[in-house]
Ligand binder design. Structure first.
Ligand SMILES: NC(=O)C1=CN([C@@H]2O[C@H](COP(=O)(O)OP(=O)(O)OC[C@H]3O[C@@H](n4cnc5c(N)ncnc54)[C@H](OP(=O)(O)O)[C@@H]3O)[C@@H](O)[C@H]2O)C=CC1
Ligand SMILES: O=C1OC[C@@H](O)[C@H](O)[C@H]1O
Length: 403
């Protein structure tokens, strides 16, 4: 998956002239945040190297991999000129220059390294899902509160103006209450090898973990703004497809969940989710070549909203509103939106917007200012992991990270 994404971003960067922008930004701000990266993960280019290369306020100053040669290869390939190379993650945490770390480790290792990093005085950007389970997510929240460090789960799609625009439409009340949300994410067949981290229970694998965006989507649309903590949920049904090699691992998972807000004036929202790491064949024998469908379809009393957006919204992103009368309107939103104001560029990926928020928040904290941009609160991360745990429980499967 990261390889396909890298290719798409490479082509888009070329098309949008981003490589020139990168070349002109060799000189970073004197107060640029020094960022360390824990591992030479496949996702590094799309999620962090590419966005850092167009952001004046952050620079990658270290990367560690279990084998130094692997980290050196990424430094050379991605021209990370300012980066020191270490052969242990611990060395990055002990480097006094580094202010923040990005953690793209297998899910089962996020908790340990995020806690170690915060205790070593670093802010953390942690890949999704934040941890193996809700108890671990609560420990991250407690550690962030205790150390005063910033911890952000990398739900990059939540930082894009298009997501904020859809939320604005939902919350406007123009189309009545939100009643249901359908969220789907499917990996194209052949994307993953059988030894991928996503299929390993011990590393926090499973479709519900890896494609947890569908749950993030459900909760974001269903919850009242700024009151995710006040929501309750019930997993009504699940339909897992288990890996033949390890029955603790879901290759695919369908789930139906009701999300109810503390504010009783809001209707409970029925959320249906589909996530597939291993795409089933049509009629049992015709291979599906590409399973991409909208990230979300929202049903309101008076309209349906289809939202198609992912890492690179500048290709094919749409917000389609179909009113009960049949009237259909389509819009796009690449920059600004109700939260960012004037900020953004049409070629920014969701990861670039996420980095903007992460850097802004660190700077605001340093200057004892209030940060007003988009954010994924740790209470939301905890709630999402509670839902993941409950999906596994309903399926008769062990939650991840169970001792
Ligand atoms: N935001 C997004 O769009 C995406 C997010 N992700 C998330 O990023 C994380 C990494 O995914 P991805 O880059 O695809 O994974 P990779 O397998 O490519 O990278 C994982 C890294 O973890 C390190 N590692 C440390 N211990 C182990 C171990 N025991 N077994 C295997 N690897 C180990 C390896 O580092 P080393 O280099 O030290 O050998 C490896 O490079 C996951 O949490 C995933 O959910 C993934 C894809 C997209
Ligand atoms: O963005 C993503 O797409 C594919 C997944 O396998 C990956 O982990 C996820 O974050």
């Amino acid at each position: 998956m990261p390889m396909i994404l890298e290719l798409i971003i490479d082509v888009c960067n070329w098309w949008n002239g981003v490589n020139k922008i990168k070349a002109n930004l060799k000189q970073k701000s004197p107060d640029a945040i020094k960022l360390g990266v824990l591992s030479a993960a496949g996702i590094n280019f799309p999620a962090i190297f590419d966005p850092v290369q167009t952001h004046p306020g952050v620079v990658i100053t270290a990367i560690a991999a279990r084998s130094k040669a692997k980290a050196e290869a990424q430094v050379a390939k991605y021209k990370l000129d300012a980066a020191k190379v270490y052969d242990s993650y611990e060395e990055v945490l002990q480097d006094p220059d580094i202010e923040a770390v990005y953690i793209p480790l297998p899910n089962g290792l996020h908790h340990k390294w995020a806690i170690n990093a915060m205790r070593a005085g670093k802010h953390v950007l942690i890949e999704k899902p934040i941890t193996s389970n809700a108890d671990e997510a609560k420990e991250i929240r407690d550690c962030a509160n205790e150390t005063g460090k910033i911890a952000l789960e990398a739900y990059h799609w939540r930082f894009h103006p298009a997501a904020h625009r859809v939320k604005e439409i939902v919350e406007s009340g123009k189309y009545g209450h939100l009643t249901s949300v359908f969220s789907k994410m499917v990996l194209p067949p052949g994307t993953l090898s059988s030894d991928d981290i996503r299929f390993k229970y011990e590393l926090g694998g499973g479709a519900s973990m890896d494609l947890c965006y569908v749950l993030s989507s459900s909760l974001y649309w269903a919850a009242a703004p700024n009151d995710v903590k006040g929501t309750s949920f019930e997993v009504l049904s699940t339909k897992p497809q288990l890996s033949k090699r390890d029955k603790r691992v879901d290759e695919n998972m369908d789930a139906t969940i009701t999300i109810t807000n503390a504010d009783s004036a809001r209707s409970p929202v029925k959320c249906t989710t589909v996530c597939q790491l291993a795409t089933p064949k049509y009629l049992g024998f015709i291979p599906q070549m590409w399973g991409l469908t909208p990230l979300a379809v929202l049903e309101l009393e008076q309209a349906k909203i289809e939202f198609t957006s992912f890492s690179t919204p500048f290709i094919g992103h749409k917000i389609i509103v179909t009113e009960k009368s049949g009237k259909k309107t389509t819009e796009t939103c690449y920059t600004g939106g109700p939260i960012w104001g004037e900020r953004g560029q049409s070629w920014w990926t969701t990861y670039r917007y996420q980095l903007e928020g992460f850097v802004d928040r660190i700077k605001a904290t340093k200057n004892q200012e209030k940060y007003n941009g988009p954010w994924v609160d740790l209470d939301e991360s905890v709630k999402l992991m509670e839902i993941v745990d409950a999906v596994y429980e309903k399926s008769g499967m062990p939650k991840r990270g169970a001792k």
